[in-house]
Each structure stands twice: as structure tokens, then as C-alpha cells.
Design a protein around this ligand. Structure first.
Ligand SMILES: Cc1ncc(COP(=O)(O)O)c(C=O)c1O
Length: 404
């Protein structure tokens, strides 16, 4: 088998080939690198490539971490996370899902949501096990499944269905090897929501086939529908036993650089996750957990303010994009992404993303980065200020006009 390294000397018995050949370098990172290069040569760039809030972490959260550091909270934390933070995660999840969660027994503080995903795969996916993932989708699930030795089985999430998973399509892909279904709602790259009804139908399928559901709810509170939070499959009767909630601080509290997330699951599943994480990060930085506990327990108006700001930008972006002839865009109910259809412009999505960046200084991500069903779309993250969004849509309209 050919080595996946350019240096043939570094291929110890080909041991790493199989996994490294199937896992790609992140297509989003490539855009970051290009943007950096353009900016260092003095180019002005509209930043629609970054899937993170542009706000600072609220001051009271930073202060709590600083206070903990000053107090000398500098030693190993308990493996599962500090009790205060686990209790806060339990209380937050109870509030968001309506299901009573005992955080001390059911939560694991992870070094980012990503660790929660990787640990879940390592705990439950044996070589050859199949995991259902949507296409298009945030690419990490697929790569984590590969790295655990499993087989991702993709289900097309179409624009006609609002990019959400159709339970009937999911059930058609289930085999005797299926172990898990991954749900991301609100989704990345589309901002799509799985409706309560579709979650109930997916729950029936998971129960019927005895499957685990990995429910990534990291954008749950960046929600523009009815109520403060997007519906969760964890709330469906019978699902608390078989669902692993993935969540974190990066998006809701603008804490992406803190690298902090969590899982919530049954006590039994949590024990399994805990066993694996003893061999990953072991435990998370102690003083930042004190800041994070305050994030969850203090007044939540900082979250309302950020979501309010995202809602404003979403309106600017939707109006601006819809005014561009030939472009169509679905109205997503969550997260901070738009996924416009660019098929009428006669270029592939990566050609178009390159054109927008190189010729017009507009950084987006090609939809094809998120799976072949993403071809014909661009991911736009409106994670820059409202005036920057206003400026961006004007530039975008000119860029599309130039290739009409
Ligand atoms: C759906 C989804 N889950 C998880 C993450 C990663 O979160 P974290 O920063 O906690 O690793 C992202 C980041 O973009 C995401 O889009």
C-alpha cells in the first residue's frame, strides 16, 4: 500500500496508512491559511469562513477563571470534571431538555466538544461498526468514526428537506452492523433544525434497532425558532438511556479558545466514556472549569445578547443574499450559518469559493468540504459584526454580478 506521507522513510511498516489515508486534512483550515496569506499581503478580507462567535468571552466568566488561578487552582482536577461544573451542566441540561439530569453522575467535562465526540466513538464503535451521519455535515464525525475503526454511512440531507435528516432515509441505511446515529441540530454547515416530529421518528428507529444516538447540541441555544432552545432527542421518552449529548462552551459563551465541552448520558454510558477519557486528556485544566461553572450558573443575559446580535446579522445576510439574482438560500433556524445554493452560476463550489476569496476578498467555505451533497453550495458563517455583514453582502452582490 502506498504511504500517505511524502517522506517514504517515515512509514513504519505502513502501520499508520489505513487511517491516515481515509482521514483528510480539514478543508476549512486551508481557507484559514489562505486568508492569513492574503491579509499579510495587505488585502482586506470579509471573514465569513469562521464557525465561531467574534465576541469576547463575557467579563464575569473570565474573572471567575482569573480568581481561581489566583487562588491556586492549578493542580489536577477530578477526572470527570469539578463537581461544581458537573452540577451546573446537569442543571443546564435539565433546563434545556426537561429531563432531570444528575450532573455529578451523568456529565463528563471534556476538553472541547470534539473530545466528547472522539471519546464516544472510541468507547462504542468497534472495527466495522457502522455509524449513520448526514451528508452534508460537519466533517469531524466521519473522521472520528474512521479513526475509531468504524464505517461512516452517509444519509443525504437535501435542501428540499431543509437539510435535516429524513427518518425514512435513515432507516433505509440501517444494517446489522449499525451502532449509532449522529444528529447535529442546529447543524453545521446549514443551520438546519431537526423538528420535534422528526426527532420522535428518529427515536423510534433508534429504539427499534437498539442504537446509540450521538446528539451534538453545541448550537442548541443559538436558536431562532419558538422558545429558547432547539428541540433535543434526549427529551423524547426512552431516549435518555441511549443518547449521548455533546455540548460545549465555544459557541454559546464565545469561549472557543478555552477548549471546553461536555457529554451528558446515562450513568452507565457515562462510566464507559469516563473509562476511555482516562486515556485521552485524563482531566481538563482546573481553573478554566471554575470560569465555566460561572458561565452556566450566572445570569444568562450575555447569551441572550449574543443570540440577539446573531439574529440581527441573520436578517441582514438573508435579505442581502436573497437580493442576488440566481442565488437561493434556505432560512435556517439555528447556529450562525447560511448555505446558499450557487448552482446557477456554472462553477463548482470550490471554484466559486476560490473566486470570491482571491478576486473579491470574501472568505467562505466550499460546500463540498462538508460532503458531496454540499457541492453546489457555499457555507457562510455570519460571525462578523453587523456592519461587516452589510459591507460583505454589497461586495458579494458585485462579485456575483461580475460572473453572471
Ligand atoms: C457541530 C459542531 N460540533 C462541535 C464543534 C466543536 O466544538 P468545540 O470547539 O467545543 O470543539 C463544532 C465546531 O465548529 C461544530 O460545528
Amino acid at each position: 500500500m502506498a504511504s500517505s506521507f511524502s517522506d517514504p522513510a517515515f512509514n513504519p511498516k505502513g502501520a499508520m496508512d489505513l487511517r491516515l489515508q481515509t482521514v483528510p486534512f480539514s478543508g476549512i483550515r486551508k481557507v484559514f491559511d489562505k486568508v492569513k496569506e492574503l491579509e499579510s499581503s495587505g488585502r482586506d478580507v470579509i471573514h465569513w469562513q469562521i464557525g465561531r462567535p467574534d465576541f469576547d468571552t463575557p467579563a464575569h466568566i473570565k474573572q471567575a477563571a482569573v480568581d481561581a488561578l489566583q487562588r491556586g487552582e492549578v493542580h489536577y482536577a477530578p477526572n470527570l470534571g469539578t463537581p461544581e461544573l458537573r452540577r451546573a451542566i446537569g442543571a443546564r441540561t435539565t433546563l434545556d431538555t426537561g429531563i432531570v439530569v444528575n450532573g455529578e453522575k451523568q456529565a463528563v467535562v471534556m476538553a472541547r466538544a470534539n473530545e466528547g465526540i472522539m471519546v464516544s466513538m472510541l468507547a462504542f464503535i468497534d472495527p466495522g461498526d457502522e455509524v449513520i451521519v448526514a451528508n452534508p455535515n460537519w466533517h469531524h464525525y466521519k473522521s472520528c468514526v474512521f479513526l475509531a475503526g468504524g464505517v461512516p454511512v452517509e444519509v443525504e440531507a437535501t435542501e428540499a428537506n431543509g437539510f435535516s435528516l429524513d427518518p425514512a432515509d435513515v432507516e433505509r441505511k440501517i444494517t446489522s452492523r449499525t451502532k449509532m446515529i449522529c444528529i447535529t441540530s442546529p447543524g453545521n454547515p446549514t443551520g438546519c433544525i431537526q423538528s420535534k416530529e422528526s426527532l420522535e421518528a428518529l427515536a423510534k428507529i433508534a429504539i427499534r434497532h437498539n442504537l446509540i444516538v450521538l446528539s451534538d447540541e453545541i448550537y442548541a441555544r443559538i436558536y431562532y425558532g419558538n422558545g429558547p432552545v432547539a428541540p433535543s432527542i434526549y427529551s423524547v421518552p426512552g431516549m435518555a438511556e441511549r443518547t449521548i449529548i455533546i455540548n460545549g462552551f465555544s459557541k454559546t459563551y464565545a469561549m472557543d479558545g478555552w477548549r471546553l465541552g461536555w457529554t451528558v448520558a446515562s450513568e452507565q454510558v457515562t462510566r464507559a466514556l469516563f473509562k476511555v477519557r482516562q486515556y485521552t486528556t485524563v482531566c481538563v485544566n482546573t481553573f478554566i472549569q471554575h470560569g465555566a461553572a460561572v458561565a452556566l450558573t450566572a445570569d444568562q443575559s450575555c447569551v441572550d445578547e449574543m443570540v440577539g446580535e446573531f439574529a440581527k446579522r441573520r436578517t441582514i445576510m438573508l435579505n442581502g443574499l436573497r437580493a442576488i439574482r440566481g442565488l437561493s438560500v434556505a432560512e435556517p433556524l439555528g447556529a450562525f450559518y447560511l448555505f446558499p445554493n450557487i448552482k446557477l452560476f456554472g462553477k463548482s463550489s470550490s471554484e466559486l469559493a476560490d473566486y470570491l476569496l482571491n478576486e473579491h476578498g470574501i472568505a467562505t467555505v466550499s460546500g463540498s468540504v462538508f460532503g458531496d451533497t454540499g457541492e453546489g453550495y457555499l457555507r457562510i458563517a455570519y460571525s462578523c459584526s453587523a456592519p461587516e455583514c452589510e459591507r460583505g453582502v454589497v461586495k458579494l452582490a458585485a462579485a456575483f454580478e461580475a460572473i453572471r
